[in-house]
Every structure is written in C-alpha cells, then in structure tokens.
Design a protein around this ligand. Structure first.
Ligand SMILES: *Cc1c(COP(=O)(O)O)cnc(C)c1O
Length: 498
C-alpha cells in the first residue's frame, strides 16, 4: 500500500517513508491510497490489546515486517507502561453509555496510546529505508502531546526530540511534567504565544529549506510526532475496535450492530482515527464531534463553512483549545474521494483568508457521518459534578465536554444506540478544574495543583496515578523561553548543545 499526499504534488511513498517524513514535501498530509478491511470482527474478539494492535495496524504498515509491528505493539502496551491490565478499559456508566478510558499510560492522557508506539515505528522505519541520519522530532504541544512525546522518545537510540509549548495555555501540572523531563535526547522550550503560534512555528521550520539543510548537515532528518504523522494515527484506530469488541464480549450487542462514539476534539486526530476504523469496517452509526468554546469544528460540521477568524478562548479543557484542526485536511480529502485539487484550494483559502466553504455534496457526506455541538466551561463543570454525584464516576474536563455534548445529542435526536464516550485524560491531570467542579471554593483556592492532587484523592478515594506523583520535588531541567519568530534558531542551538 502506498501513501499519497492530500495536496497531490508529492510522489507516493511507502508507509515507512510516510512515518519518517511526518508531513509530505508539498505541505500536505499522507493518507493511505486505499482503505484496508478488518475482516471478521468475531475473529478479533478474544485478542489481547497488543495482539489486536498488531492485527489492525499491519495492513497499514506494508513496508514493516510482522516482527517489527508485533514488537512495537508489545513494547508499547504492557504493564510497565500502562497501569490498567486491559490497557484501554471500558467503563459502563449506564445501560447504553460507556466510557473508554485511554489515560492509563505514563503521562495520564490518551496521547500515550499512540506516542508509546510511534518511536518504535519510527526507528523501524529508519532501518527499513536504510536511513543513516538520526531522527529529529519537532513537536508543538497544547500540553498532552509534549509530555507523551517526551516519555515515548526519551533515550530511544537514533532519535532526538524538541518540544515547543505555548507559555500561556498549559496547566501547571503539564508544564511541570515537561520541564522536569529526564532523558539525554530531550529538549523542552516555551514559546511566547498560544498553541497555534507554536504549531505554525513548527510547520514553518519544517518547510524552511535553509534550516533543513543546517539540520541535515548535523546528521539529523526532521520528523514529527504531532498527530499529522501517520504513525500517530494508526495506533489510534485500534481502540475503537477494542471498545466495540468489549461491548460484544459483554453480550450487549452482536456484530454488526452499529454504535456511536463521542470524541472530545481538538486537532481532529482522535476522531479521524474513528473515521478510519469505520472505513475498515467497524460498524459505526454516528461520530459525535465534541468541541469546547473554541467551536470552529461545530460550526463547520453544521454549516460546511470553516472560519478560524474567531477569538481564541482559553478554557478548562486546554488540549482542545485549537482553531486550526490540522487533521481535518485528511477527512476533506477522503470525503471528496481523494480530490487533491479541491483539498488544496480549501487549505490555501484557510491560509490566505482564514476561511473556506465546502461544496454541498461534501457537506452532505460529512453530515451523514458526523454530528457536532459544543459545551462551555460552566456546562463542563456541571457535568463533572453530575456524573460524580449520579454515577460515582470521576471524569476530567475534556471527557466532560464530550459527556455534555452527548446529552445535547440525545435531546436533539432521541437516538438510543449504544454509545462510547472517549475519555481522554485522567481526572487528576486537570485536577484544579475537576476540584473546582466538585468542591467548595475555600477548599480549592490558594492551593497549588500539587496540593489539589491530595485534596482530590481524599474527596474521591481514588489514588493519584503514578505519572503525577512527586512532581513538585523533581528537579527542573529545562528553562528556555523563545519568541514565536525565534523557534528555528532555538532548534539549531539545541543541536549545538552537545
Ligand atoms: C489531545 C487531546 C484531545 C484532542 O484530541 P485531538 O486528536 O487533537 O482531536 C482531547 N483531550 C485530551 C485530554 C487531549 O490530550
């Protein structure tokens, strides 16, 4: 299987090359030329998580050996890395509503699901393409990607990672996780600006010929750990199958009864993986795209017009505070039956004018599968409280956005299909907002995020997860802050450090 660019100006490449390059030379994103099929769901039902991962990922990774794929899955999904034996446990909240917990990995958010695998795939990709240079991974993060990428890549031979995070827009806990990150090959740099500034800066570095040459001269090739890298997406397809198979295994449905997924969405990577799962044959009724007050995607799905010229709002679900959802480009390409000319035009319009409108045929195809609404901070907090009170189940702010949006979906449609809400972070990771939702003001105010971990543990009886314990006593190892225009210099400086 070959990978082609959504902009149509780059030659097709193998999966190994697509993962190694991260982004296509024409500025587009790599997608598989054809969709593989998963085959019989019954045959998958009793597989362990790593076995399922191997089975689902293999047809997308034609240029990797079976042993490489199996080993990558095994190294990622094991009890040393994940605190839950099932890796991605499904929690049934009531008759037809389930939460898929994707946050039992080392950094307590769902990005571990992909970023524990990606470094192994990348290393294998370098071997398979006879690459002699090391991989230089550049990543812009709204918080969770950075911590997860650093954990995934730390001390992986043949790789170096530089993470840029927006100075304004990550939580105290996330920031501390990053600036205390150990590993000989890791750099962490703050950018004066928001997530889009950091992401645009990284994109500009990737496409800057002069910087690229200097990086190459030092023995590195650029790569990306962002969700635009196909190696990030492919492991995410797996857990949609896992959730479906678990519901079947519990005798609640039989294949091919379709179910819904509700996905708290930012960069559109997670929900796009659900779309690819569906293309592989997973029976899906609706994909519900949940946004916070940065509701560009909701507007887009409901009207066909994308408009990023909105005020950027800082919310209590910061990993979804995004106005440009990069992975949407892949969906547009697929919905137009891989029309690169159309996709490129929309992306150019977005860049030039800040908005674009898709044609009605594409909008129709979009709305047939996707449904969207958003929840503001007040609704998010009320949802955390009500789920805890009614179900004695604690969810984080991102998961609460999804839960609130699902309630709106139910009142709008009356749909009684089994539904899986994707739970993307441990409630302890966004503990301040979670504590504010559950407790009186005086129990929260004046306390540090670290003290609040304790408070939350006492209130709920749940243990603080291993990845968040003892953060405040770890030494701070990374101190740099740069302007958004100086990110390229910072990259070259980091390579000079040793
Ligand atoms: C990254 C992230 C999201 C958004 O996922 P996308 O793939 O960017 O849409 C939602 N919740 C949490 C906790 C995240 O870390």
């Amino acid at each position: 299987m070959k990978y082609i660019s959504t902009r149509g100006e780059s030659s097709p490449v193998s999966s190994a090359e697509a993962i190694k390059m991260g982004i296509a030379p024409d500025g587009g994103l790599f997608v598989p030329h054809k969709q593989p099929k998963a085959g019989s769901l019954e045959a998958l039902i009793n597989l362990s998580y790593p076995e399922l991962a191997r089975t689902i990922m293999a047809p997308y990774l034609e240029s990797f050996s079976e042993a490489q794929i199996a080993e990558s899955a095994q190294k990622a999904y094991n009890p040393q890395k994940f605190a839950a034996p099932d890796i991605a446990p499904l929690h049934q909240a009531d008759e037809k509503r389930h939460f898929l917990e994707l946050w039992h990995g080392p950094t307590c958010a769902f990005k571990d699901m992909a970023l524990q695998v990606l470094p192994h795939l990348l290393r294998a990709a370098m071997m398979n393409t006879n690459e002699t240079a090391d991989a230089l991974v550049l990543t812009a993060t709204s918080g969770d990607t950075g911590t997860a990428a650093l954990e995934g890549f730390r001390d992986v031979p043949g790789t170096r990672i530089i993470v840029f995070y927006p100075e304004e827009g990550v939580s105290e806990t996330q920031k501390r996780q990053m600036i205390t990150q150990e590993g000989k090959n890791v750099h962490v740099i703050a950018v004066k600006g928001n997530f889009d500034d950091a992401q645009n800066g990284v994109k500009a570095i990737f496409s800057h010929q002069g910087v690229r040459e200097k990086v190459n001269a030092r023995g590195y090739n650029f790569s990306s750990a962002n969700s635009i890298n196909w190696g990030r997406l492919v492991p995410q397809i797996v857990y949609y199958f896992r959730a479906y198979l678990d519901i079947c295994r519990r005798g609640l449905i039989n294949a091919p009864t379709p179910i819904n997924f509700v996905v708290p969405t930012g960069n559109f990577g997670n929900i796009l993986a659900a779309y690819y799962a569906m293309q592989m044959g997973l029976p899906v009724n609706r994909l519900i795209c949940a946004a916070n007050s940065n509701n560009v995607l909701t507007e887009f799905i409901n009207t066909g017009s994308y408009d990023r010229r909105k005020n950027f709002v800082r919310t209590i679900s910061p990993s979804m505070d995004i106005l440009i959802s990069s992975n949407l480009e892949r969906l547009l390409f697929e919905l137009t039956e891989q029309d690169a000319a159309k996709t490129s035009r929309w992306m150019e319009d977005l860049k030039e004018t800040g908005n674009y409108t898709i044609d009605s045929k594409t909008a129709h195809a979009l709305q047939e599968i996707f449904w969207s609404d958003y929840a503001d901070d007040a609704e998010t907090m009320a949802t955390i409280r009500s789920i805890f009170d009614k179900h004695n189940y604690l969810i984080d702010t991102h998961t609460a956005v999804a839960t609130a949006v699902f309630k709106k979906y139910l009142s709008a449609t009356g749909d009684d299909t089994h539904t899986v809400i994707i739970s993307t972070a441990s409630p302890f990771k966004f503990n301040r907002s979670v504590a504010q939702s559950l407790l009186e003001r005086q129990q929260v105010e004046g306390k540090s995020d670290f003290e609040l971990l304790q408070t939350l543990e006492e209130k709920t009886g749940l243990p603080v997860p291993p990845g968040l314990k003892n953060l405040e006593t770890k030494p701070i190892l990374h101190h740099s802050t740069v302007n958004k225009d100086s990110m390229a210099e910072a990259v070259l400086e980091a390579l000079n450090e040793d």
